[in-house]
Structure formats: structure tokens, C-alpha cells
Design a protein around this ligand. Structure first.
Ligand code: ARG
Length: 468
């Protein structure tokens, strides 16, 4: 680190050593990640400066070549970042100017305030695009697992108590639906990320006749009709961080969905449920107990939700009460944003890989035994009475009495005799016990959204098609 700190300090503050201050204020240790996007922004800005006559053609070419070389060096790990130069913007500009005298003109009508807003938007656009692709991949893994186990029926739970039978695929497709809404939210957020703030300057734009539209188009800040998307208020342009908070909010909900999926997998993999065998590669052993096989990957997918939710809270709190416009507080946005993006992307990939692994298998006999619990069809028995003309409330009451009798006699619900049923209510006919045929019961649930045989097959086909 060079001795000369760029942080201005008057005599009044002579106390603290400059190194401490530099260490406290630097952001290069994390914002170096924006280098690619910072260079892209500078290239577009330089081109525009040439168009409006600030840079000659020679100067533009020198700047383009200089930035290109620096980019290659960074990529090859040959670039030394300097904390004394605070951030990625100053590191790149200082290095360029050292090599290319015209580099000193690059910052014309530009401030780090609109520059950082630009870089983060460019970076986030790429992150959202990549994340959307990874979520689609996880959705495909869920659909494939459903298809592989198309015949498997499990109990569906409410209050973690057995409720009604569902196809396993139906359960898995519920997550595909959640993830689809996550994708919609991320896309919606993208449209507000995809607005170019460059030209806002430090706070009040510029007296120079910048061509903001050209910069926006060069950087792909356009809508579906190809029209340039520009921030319309310079003060908002430099201080708006809504777009990244929106991303972190959408990501937090995504992470919450991951944690629910992870929890289902953890429960299913427990000895008590024993529905699911997780591939060894996605579990760990215990350092003490030799028999243990722990679902750590799923647990971390659940646990990491905490930091993603925390990042959202940190960002909301960061913005709360900030006076207009740019304040250095805003530098604190990046680590939270990076952490959220890194965490949800890694979790998406790991969950997809775990579900797709050939050794991630459902224990079919155990699932079948659980799904054969006749109690799961108590509601079907009430529906039977409804079909015979009984209003639902009394039908519910009658079946309640049937359940009580089964419990009292220690018989499964479907082992009661017709005489026992009729002793409770005369409406029961010979066909009453037919209700307990699981196959027919599943065939009957065919309205939109239901876990019936045909309905689920249709949903699996729809998702396969939609995700291909
Ligand atoms: N590193 C700063 C940030 O991330 C860049 C902008 C600094 N602007 C300033 N006026 N100090 O926010």
C-alpha cells in the first residue's frame, strides 16, 4: 500500500494513522469484483466522449487499448490492487492514466457516484441472468425426480400430521411452482436494474452535452422495443439502491423456498420417515458416531437462508434515513449484495446436483406403506356420503364417528365391516369400502391443481415442455 492516502485529512484530524483510515474506508478488497463491468462502463463512456468531441479518435483508441490490456492482466491475475487507491474505480483509472495520458480525460462528466451505480447495475444484470438459468435447472431436476418416481404416492401433511395421499411428484412440483414465481419476481426486478444511471455525475448531471442515450445503448440498457432506458433524475440516479434491495428481497424469498425444500428432504431422510435415501456425496459422517449419515448439504441450504434474510435487513437499514443523495454509507451495500448473490446461486446449484444424483432415491416400499394408511382417505369417505346426498357437515361428523370406532377397536379404517359402518349411519352401502382403494382414490382427484393420476401426469408434461 502506498504511503500517500487519497483520503483528505485536515490538521484537525492528525491523530489517527492514515493506514487505519485507509483500511477502514477501502472497498477494493471486495469491489474489485466489479472490474469487468467498470471497464465496460468506461469503454462506453469514452466512446461517447469521443462522439461529443471531448476525446480525439487517437485518444479514444489509446484508452480502449489501455483498458483492454489492463483487463487481460486482471484476468491473468497479474494486476496488483492497491488499498491506498480505495476502490475499483480509482485503481483502474490510476493505472490507465499511468499508461495512457488521455486516461486523465476519462473521468470527464463522470463521478464515482454514477460510476458505482452503473457498475452494480451491470454486475447485477449478469447475476440475475445466470441465477435464472440455474433456477430453471433446479426446476428441471425436480421435474425429473418426479418423473422418475411417477408412481410413488406419499402421505401429504398438514401440521406435520398425515392428511391426504398425494403423488410424490405433486409435492415436488409445488416447489417448481414456487421457483417459477421466484423467477418472475427476479425478471420483474431486472427491468428496474436495467436502467442506465451514467450521466448523473456526482449529483447534478453535467454542463457538457453528454449523449446518455448512446451510452445506454452501448451497454444494453434498452427495453424490449430497443429504446434506451435512462434514469430521469440525477439525484435519484446516484442514490437509488432500490433495485438491489429488490433483488435481495426476491433472493430472500427464494432462499426461504430453498429452506423449506431442504427441510422436507431432511425430514424424509430421517430414520423416522425413511422415505428418502440421499446420495452419500451430499451427506457427511459424524466425527464421533460411526453410524451417522447427516444431511449437511440440505441443512446448510436451510441454514444459509439466515444470512440471505439478514442481508436484506442490513440493506433496508442501510438506506433508512439516509439524506439525499450519495453518502459513503452506500459503499456498505456491496458485500451484502455479493453475499446474497453468491449464496443463492451456490445453493441453487447444490440442490439441483443433489436431487439429480443417481443415488438420491426414494424408498418405494416405505412410501407405499405410509401411503396405504387408510386414515388418509377419511375425507374420501365423507365425499362418498356427500355423493349419496348427505350435506358435508353431518358427513364429516359421521366419518368422525367411524374413525373413533376404528381407533377404539384397533382396526384400520378400511377393515371395518359394512355392518359396523351401517350401525353408525344407514347411508353407507356395499360400495362404501371401495373408497379405500388408493388407486381409484388417486384417479378421482382430477380437477385443476389436484394430485390425481391424470392431473399430475399433465402437470409433469407441462413443466417438462415449459422448461425445455
Ligand atoms: N467505493 C465507493 C462506493 O462503493 C464509490 C463511490 C465513492 N464516492 C465518493 N464520493 N466517495 O460507494
Amino acid at each position: 500500500m502506498s504511503k500517500k492516502s487519497p483520503v483528505s485529512r485536515s490538521g484537525r484530524f492528525a491523530g489517527g494513522p492514515a493506514a487505519d483510515v485507509a483500511q477502514f474506508t477501502e472497498s477494493i478488497s471486495f469491489d474489485w469484483r466489479l472490474w469487468r463491468h467498470d471497464i465496460l462502463g468506461s469503454l462506453a463512456h469514452a466512446e461517447m466522449l469521443h462522439k461529443i468531441g471531448v476525446l480525439t479518435r487517437r485518444e479514444l483508441h489509446a484508452i480502449v487499448r489501455g483498458l483492454d490490456t489492463i483487463g487481460k492482466e486482471i484476468n491473468a491475475g497479474q494486476f496488483t490492487w492497491q488499498a491506498a487507491l480505495e476502490d475499483v474505480h480509482m485503481n483502474l483509472e490510476a493505472e490507465l492514466t499511468k499508461r495512457v495520458p488521455a486516461g486523465a480525460k476519462l473521468h470527464t462528466a463522470r463521478s464515482r457516484n454514477d460510476q458505482v451505480a452503473l457498475d452494480v447495475r451491470l454486475w447485477l444484470r449478469d447475476e440475475i441472468t445466470a441465477l435464472l438459468g440455474e433456477i430453471a435447472d433446479l426446476q428441471r431436476a425436480l421435474v425429473a425426480l418426479g418423473e422418475k418416481n411417477a408412481e410413488v404416492i406419499i402421505p401429504g401433511y398438514t401440521h406435520l400430521q398425515r392428511a391426504q395421499p398425494v403423488y410424490l411428484a405433486h409435492h415436488l412440483l409445488a416447489y417448481v411452482e414456487m421457483l417459477e414465481r421466484d423467477c418472475e419476481r427476479l425478471w420483474d426486478c431486472y427491468s428496474r436494474v436495467n436502467v442506465c444511471p451514467l450521466g448523473s455525475g456526482a449529483i447534478a448531471g453535467s454542463t457538457l452535452p453528454l449523449d446518455r442515450r448512446l451510452v445506454a445503448k452501448l451497454l444494453g440498457f434498452v427495453n424490449a422495443r430497443g429504446e434506451a432506458q435512462l434514469t430521469q433524475n440525477s439525484m435519484d440516479g446516484v442514490s437509488d439502491r432500490d433495485f438491489l434491495i429488490e433483488f435481495c428481497a426476491a433472493a430472500a424469498l427464494l432462499a426461504v423456498h430453498f429452506s423449506r425444500l431442504a427441510e422436507d428432504l431432511i425430514l424424509w431422510a430421517s430414520t423416522e420417515f425413511n422415505f428418502l435415501h440421499l446420495a452419500d456425496a451430499y451427506t457427511t459422517g459424524s466425527s464421533l458416531m460411526p453410524q451417522k449419515k447427516n444431511p449437511d448439504i440440505a441443512e446448510l441450504a436451510r441454514g444459509k437462508t439466515g444470512r440471505v434474510v439478514g442481508n436484506l435487513m442490513a440493506l433496508l437499514t442501510l438506506l433508512k434515513g439516509l439524506p439525499m443523495t450519495y453518502n459513503r454509507d452506500l459503499q456498505e451495500d456491496k458485500e451484502r449484495l455479493f453475499d446474497t448473490a453468491d449464496t443463492v446461486r451456490a445453493t441453487t446449484r447444490l440442490l439441483a446436483a443433489m436431487l439429480r444424483h443417481q443415488d438420491t432415491r426414494f424408498n418405494r416400499p416405505v412410501c407405499a406403506a405410509a401411503a396405504s394408511d387408510a386414515m388418509l382417505l377419511a375425507t374420501d369417505l365423507a365425499d362418498y356420503l356427500v355423493r349419496k346426498g348427505m350435506p358435508f357437515r353431518p358427513a364429516h361428523h359421521v366419518v368422525g364417528a367411524v374413525v373413533a370406532l376404528a381407533e377404539k377397536t384397533g382396526k384400520p379404517l378400511n377393515q371395518l365391516t359394512l355392518a359396523e359402518l351401517q350401525a353408525i349411519d344407514q347411508t353407507f352401502g356395499r360400495d362404501a369400502l371401495g373408497v379405500f382403494n388408493l388407486k381409484t382414490a388417486m384417479a378421482k382427484r382430477n380437477i385443476t391443481g389436484a394430485p390425481g393420476t391424470k392431473a399430475v401426469a399433465k402437470q409433469l408434461a407441462r413443466w417438462r415442455e415449459q422448461l425445455s
